[in-house]
Design a protein around this ligand. Sequence first.
Ligand SMILES: [Zn+2]
Length: 239
Amino acid sequence: MNSQKFFFLGFTILSAIFLVSAAVIGHLLNIQSETVFVSTDAQNVCIVVDAGHGGEDGGCVSSNGILEKDINLEVSKKVAEIINTMGYNAVLTRSQDKMLYDMYGDNYKGRKKTYDLKNRLKFARENDADMFVSIHMNKFPQSQYKGLQVYYSKNHANSEKLAQSIQDYCKQYLQSDNERSVKKADSKIFLLDRAEIPAVLVECGFLSNAEDTENLCDDEYRKKLGLVIAAAVFSHIES
Ligand SMILES: [Zn+2]
């Protein structure tokens, strides 16, 4: 990974939202910093960062036994941390290893997965969120497929723009060989099918591909991935 590229990315983010605090760039690049700039308007923008799966729902599994739910949570925490550092308001649907079917005390009996998904959307409504970013990992029977791909909800015009921003930032700063395109979600992706606000689901990589899996298990790579997704969100907000 070219560190100059990430410095440029940090600079781009700051330019985009008129921040001039070098300390923030430092924080994004994991350099010790003390000062964090907080914009009053930015605090009113609420972004739900949704770590997919959790608890008894592990999501997909890599050949060496890595569970999707755990990587989802690590990446989501990084995305939320960066967004909050930049002064926006990111809220995580979960910060622990659990499903969310009992989040609002409903009678979920026999329908844990449905309630888990419904509650993620309810959480966004309760927080009066402006956008919904769900973090997942992909898997495919053939191992050669790799790379991040973003799905978007058909229900709001800004969903596709947000998805394109993430896909573009990924190609520009993280995966120069990524030729994937954003994709409109069909009804099989419950969250995007039901979402009312701009909503995307980021398939960060394939746990069926050795290179993607190695990267996604590496904390430094996950920080860069978190930065790319967060920067794309800022770019979308400011566009
Ligand atoms: Zn998933």
